[in-house]
Design a binder for this molecule. Structure first.
Ligand SMILES: Nc1nc2c(c(=O)[nH]1)N=C([C@H](O)[C@@H](O)CO)CN2
Length: 117
């Protein structure tokens, strides 16, 4: 299965369940594996057939920073639904990491897979 990948997309946003977290911005790091048939883009060398990782990154950053969110699970689900509905991605794996959320862990996070090929 072909994929388009984004690694460690950095999104600064209001995220968390505690009152103090609603007053600050924190960093999320997002990894995306998006099923995409890359054959057509490669054969034609034509951008119109590519899943544009730049456009995806910008759209997801806008979506996630639109309003405060409590759970990183919500971020993961919103991300997956956006990719499937707006970009016609048939399957996606989304990992959302919140570095520093637990002082004794380098990072914590969730991963989901949605859709099917
Ligand atoms: N499964 C989750 N557990 C926790 C979350 C979360 O989003 N998903 N969030 C918090 C707090 O916001 C935490 O990040 C503050 O350190 C706690 N557990």
């Amino acid at each position: 299965m072909d994929k388009v990948l984004i690694r460690e997309l950095k999104v600064e946003t209001v995220i968390g369940i505690y009152e103090w977290e609603k007053q600050i911005h924190q960093t999320l790091l997002i990894d995306l594996d998006m099923a995409w048939d890359n054959k057509l883009a490669a054969a034609s060398d034509d951008y119109q057939y590519a899943l544009c990782y730049e456009t995806v990154s910008n759209r997801l950053t806008a979506l996630i920073t639109e309003k405060p969110i409590e759970l990183i699970e919500t971020v993961a689900e919103m991300t997956a639904q956006c990719l499937m509905s707006e970009f016609n991605v048939l399957w996606v794996k989304v990992a959302v990491m919140k570095p520093g959320a637990v002082p004794t862990a380098k990072s914590v996070g969730v991963v989901i897979e949605r859709g099917h090929i």
